[in-house]
Design a protein around this ligand. Structure first.
Ligand code: NAD
Length: 382
C-alpha cells in the first residue's frame, strides 16, 4: 500500500515508523510547508519531499495520507485529499468544530477515500478487551466513572506560533490532551446525555483553558467526573469505571499496556462473609489461588500496547482487506460533541445536552462559541 505523510513535525516520525513496522507499506511522499522537514523525513523513511499536500498529490498516487499538521489545518487538508480520491488518517483532534467535522464527512461521502482518526488508546489489547467485555455486560453495569488527564506542559510548550490560540491549536487540554482519555471513556461507556463543566485559565499564556472539569450523565444513567489539566507535575492518565460487578481501572501516562489495567470484582456479600474477601483484592488472586477467575483475567491474550503501531497496523490491515476501520471519522463525532459541549457549558454556565448540539447551536461552528475572548469561569482572576 502506498502511503504519504503531510506535516513532518514531532508526531510524523511515529507514523513513518508504524507504517514501516507493518512491512506492507511504501512511503511515497512527505510534505511540509518547511521543505527541509519533509526532506529529513523522506531521507530516513523513503519517498520524495514536497512543500505542500497539493504538490504531493499532483506528483504521487498514495492510497492513504497521514495528516500530522497542527489541528487548524486538518479539515482543509482532509477535504483536499478526499477530493483527490485518497484515504486520510487524521491526527487528533480530527477537526476544530462540529461544522468542520460535518464538512469533512460530506467530502468523505463524495470520495472513494475514507477518513480514519488517530485515537491509539482504542487499539491497545486491554482497551479492546474492555470495550468488548463492557459492551457485552460481562463486567456488570457501569455506574460511576472517573476520567483524569493530569499532564504538565511548561510555558515553553506554547512557543510554536500555532499553540495557545483558538485558531491554531483550537483549545486547551480538553481538546488537545484529555481528548485521548475522553474518547476512550466514551468508547467504553456509550452515548452521553448531559455535561456540566467549568474551564479555567490559571497559569499558562494561552487564549483558552489550562484546566477543565466536567460532570457527565450518560444515556445508560451512569455518571462520570472528567478532569483535564496541563498544570500537574506528576503526570497521570486514568480511567476508572465502577460497575455492578467490580472496578475496572487503567493508570498510565501516554500509553498503556495490559499491566496498567486492573479489575477488582465486587465481593458478593455471602462470599465476603465466609471467605473474608477484601473488596480491594481481585477475585483471581485470592491468597491460595483457588478463587474463581474473573472475566477480565480470563480474557487476557497477547499484550499490545496502545500506540501508533497498534492502530496503524489495524488500519493498514483493514484498508488492504477492504474493511471499514473502527476508528472512523463518524465514530469520533461523540467525542467532538463532548468537547464542544464542555466548552459551551463552561463558557455559558449551565448544563448542555448532547441533543442541543444542532447546526444552529452557537458552539457548532467554533469551540469558543465565536467569542474571541470568552469568559472561562475564572472571573475571580479578572
Ligand atoms: N496521537 C498522539 O499521541 C499525538 C501526539 C502529539 C501530537 N499529536 C497531533 O499531531 C499533530 C501535529 O503535532 P506535532 O506535535 O507533530 O506538531 P509540529 O508543530 O511538531 O509539526 C507540525 C508540522 O506541520 C507542518 N505544517 C503546518 N501546516 C502545514 C500544512 N498546511 N501543510 C503541510 N505541513 C504543514 C509544520 O511546518 C510542522 O513541521 C497535531 O494535531 C497534534 O495534536 C498527536
Amino acid at each position: 500500500m502506498k502511503v504519504a505523510i503531510v506535516g513532518c513535525g514531532n508526531i510524523s516520525r511515529r507514523h513513518a515508523e508504524a507504517y514501516a513496522h507493518t512491512g506492507r507499506t511504501e512511503l511515497v511522499g512527505a510534505a511540509d510547508l518547511r521543505l527541509e522537514k519533509a526532506e529529513a523525513l523522506a531521507a530516513k523513511f523513503g519517498g520524495r519531499a514536497y512543500a505542500s499536500a497539493t504538490e504531493l498529490l499532483a506528483a504521487e498516487d498514495p492510497d492513504l495520507v497521514s495528516v500530522a499538521t497542527p489541528p487548524g489545518s486538518h479539515a482543509g487538508l482532509a477535504i483536499e485529499i478526499l477530493g483527490a480520491g485518497k484515504s486520510v488518517l487524521l491526527e487528533k483532534p480530527p477537526v476544530l468544530s462540529l461544522a468542520e467535522l460535518d464538512a469533512v464527512a460530506e467530502a468523505e461521502a463524495a470520495s472513494e477515500g475514507s477518513v480514519s482518526v488517530v485515537f491509539q488508546h482504542r487499539h491497545g489489547s486491554a482497551g479492546l478487551r474492555a470495550a468488548d467485555l463492557l459492551g457485552r455486560g460481562a463486567l456488570g453495569r457501569p455506574l460511576v466513572a472517573v476520567c483524569e488527564t493530569l499532564w504538565f506542559r511548561p510555558v515553553s510548550y506554547f512557543d510554536p506560533e500555532w499553540r495557545g490560540t483558538w485558531a491554531g491549536e483550537g483549545g486547551g487540554p480538553t481538546l488537545g490532551h484529555g481528548i485521548h482519555q475522553i474518547d476512550l471513556l466514551l468508547h467504553l461507556l456509550g452515548p452521553w446525555r448531559t455535561i456540566d463543566a467549568t474551564a479555567v485559565r490559571l497559569d499558562r499564556p494561552v487564549e483558552f483553558e489550562d484546566v477543565s472539569l466536567a460532570s457527565v450523565v450518560f444515556e445508560s444513567g451512569a455518571v462520570a467526573s472528567v478532569i483535564n489539566s496541563l498544570l500537574s507535575p506528576r503526570e497521570l492518565s486514568r480511567i476508572r469505571i465502577d460497575t455492578s460487578g467490580g472496578t475496572l481501572e487503567v493508570n498510565h501516562v501516554y500509553g498503556y499496556s495490559d499491566k496498567d489495567w486492573t479489575f477488582h470484582s465486587a465481593p458478593d456479600a455471602a462470599k465476603a462473609a465466609t471467605l473474608g474477601l477484601d473488596p480491594g483484592v481481585p477475585k483471581s488472586s485470592t491468597a491460595d489461588g483457588s478463587g474463581p477467575t474473573d472475566p477480565w483475567a480470563a480474557s487476557a491474550g497477547e499484550d499490545v500496547p496502545s500506540n501508533h503501531e497498534a492502530q496503524l497496523t489495524q488500519l493498514v490491515d483493514d484498508l488492504l482487506a477492504g474493511r471499514a476501520h473502527a476508528t472512523s471519522l463518524a465514530s469520533t463525532r461523540p467525542t467532538m460533541e463532548f468537547v464542544t459541549a464542555l466548552y459551551a457549558s463552561a463558557i455559558t454556565g449551565g448544563p448542555v445536552r448532547r441533543a442541543d448540539l444542532t447546526p444552529e447551536h452557537p458552539f457548532y461552528r467554533a469551540l469558543n462559541g465565536g467569542i474571541p475572548e470568552p469568559r472561562l469561569g475564572n472571573a475571580f482572576l479578572t
